[in-house]
Design a protein around this ligand. Structure first.
Ligand code: PA5
Length: 475
């Protein structure tokens, strides 16, 4: 998709933070004075990110992904073309940062019932992301795919994640039993040199592999081959996705939070968190954007949930992300948001122009409660409900702001992802924590190794056995 400068401006994301301010929320809102008082901290966070961008040793390589993948993108596009030609199914085996991005992009940019469409109406093979080790799910996936006609994209930076590697063992066994040469049906996305997938690839005589650079952690990897290959296989315009990210990067050059959308969001969230707003609800008014909430939940939670600052001072920071969907969750969670504790910030994702309008026909003329809907469109209805919910929350003194997407397409999704990534990096810098590590995740991974008898984890196994459930406390 080639975009003129005028079209780019039309597609520019906007942040409407009216309902965060004391002008509209009274004493529950953020005053201009408070915002200005945080300018210095925001500038310092901006400077930290600007100075360290691209540094692999700090896990900030992701900032350069919109710019440094020209060759790799061409390679991905030609692989995707071959995959589309040869396979009926494309299955991603991965978890966490190796799965949430592909799920989000698939849902946002493909038909909502993509797999149910006839082949002639799909741009690629049927698509599945297997990000769990539920035995039922694995078995039932195998009921609907033919492994010999499936391309498996095994995505794991470490190549040591139990979930992904267990899945790999299952599918490699099945492929062998089906008489398929593994090399023909698997693609790896992994670390350049370390990790088990590199060793496996060598053993198999060279599997087609894509590299997840040293400076790109799982949750910041959607714009790397982790997300780009699955997206390209689905016919998503990955160049526009990257262009959208670069455009947002440009919009975030200023160190003034009032001129930099990601810095503004980070500053507002930081101020709210300091005031005890430890829950962050992300509520897209769009089914296409529903899985942005899952992706964002990992990004925000794993990055900010830390117990120590960079200089070793204990801290327990972070904001618990909650996923909600407009309008669906108006009928389940919004009661709590409006009247429950003052412990949340609600971020709406609003869409100005949906892919479809879907008119609501006239009817039930004798029942005014129903007939008023006729002649409107579903686009009008969902937008009115979005506005009404923001209004109701504001009237109840609840912090909320809106990120507006003019449309949902590759260029706007690229902007949104980069906005959230930068926002996270800025917020982490404000808290002075290591935004890019995840010792809490690693601890769980190691405990699983111990429980399943991985060599070298005997001590931890003994400790785990001691911590086993106490029958005295089981009802
Ligand atoms: O953000 C992260 O680092 C994690 O969620 C990882 O992506 C996840 O644990 C999967 O790790 P790997 O890609 O090494 O299999």
């Amino acid at each position: 998709m080639k975009l003129t400068e005028a079209r780019r401006k039309e597609l520019r994301l906007k942040v409407d933070y009216t309902n965060m301010t004391d002008k509209y929320l009274g004493d529950k809102g953020i005053s201009e004075k408070t915002l200005l008082a945080h300018r210095k901290l925001a500038r310092a966070a901006h400077a930290y990110v600007a100075e360290n961008r691209g540094k692999d040793e700090l896990f900030m390589g992701w900032t350069e992904l919109p710019y440094n993948q020209t060759e790799i993108v061409e390679d991905i596009l030609s692989t995707a073309k071959l995959v589309r030609k040869k396979f009926d199914y494309f299955v991603v085996l991965g978890i966490g940062g190796s799965a949430l991005g592909p799920i989000m992009a698939f849902n946002a940019l493909c038909h909502l019932h993509y797999n149910d469409l006839p082949k002639s109406k799909r741009r690629g093979p049927k698509f599945y992301v297997e990000d769990n080790v539920d035995p039922v799910r694995m078995k039932e996936l195998l009921d609907v795919i033919d492994v010999s006609k499936t391309c498996f994209n095994v995505i794991s930076k470490s190549g040591a994640t139990s979930e992904t590697m267990a899945q790999y063992l299952i599918i490699s066994d099945l492929l062998k039993k089906a008489g398929v040469n593994l090399r023909d049906n698997v693609i790896f996305t992994t670390d350049a040199s370390r990790g088990n997938l590199v060793k496996i690839s060598k053993e198999l005589g060279g599997v087609k592999s894509y590299v997840l650079g040293d400076g790109v952690g799982g949750r910041f990897s959607e714009l790397s081959p982790v997300g780009l290959l699955p997206a390209a296989v689905l016919g998503i315009d990955i160049k526009s996705l990257l262009k959208g990210a670069a455009y947002m990067d440009k919009l975030c050059k200023s160190s003034d939070p009032l001129k930099n959308p990601a810095l503004l969001c980070a500053t507002l969230q930081y101020i709210a968190m300091q005031d005890g707003k430890n829950i962050g609800v992300l509520m897209p008014y769009s089914d296409n954007l529903r899985y942005v909430s899952d992706w964002y939940a990992q990004l925000w939670a794993e990055s900010l949930g830390k117990n120590v600052t960079l200089d070793g001072t204990p801290c327990h920071v972070g904001q618990t992300p909650v996923k909600a969907l407009g309008v669906t969750d108006q009928h389940s969670q919004v009661q709590l948001y409006t009247e429950g504790p003052y412990d949340k910030v609600v971020t709406f994702l609003s869409v100005e122009k949906y892919r479809e309008e879907t008119p609501i026909p006239h009817g039930c003329e004798n029942i005014p409660d129903v007939s008023f809907l006729g002649g409107h469109t579903m686009e009008e209805l969902i937008q009115a409900e979005n506005r009404a919910t923001a209004y109701a929350l504001t009237k109840a003194g609840r912090l909320n702001y809106t990120i507006i997407l003019p449309e949902v397409n590759e260029f706007t999704l690229g902007q949104l992802l980069f906005l959230f990534e930068l926002q996270t990096a800025y917020a982490g810098a404000m808290f002075h924590i290591d935004t890019f590590n995840q010792p809490g995740v690693e601890a769980g991974k190691k405990a699983t190794f111990a429980l399943l008898g991985k060599p070298g984890y005997d001590l931890q196994k003994r400790d785990l056995d001691k911590a086993a459930s106490d029958p005295d406390y089981i009802l």
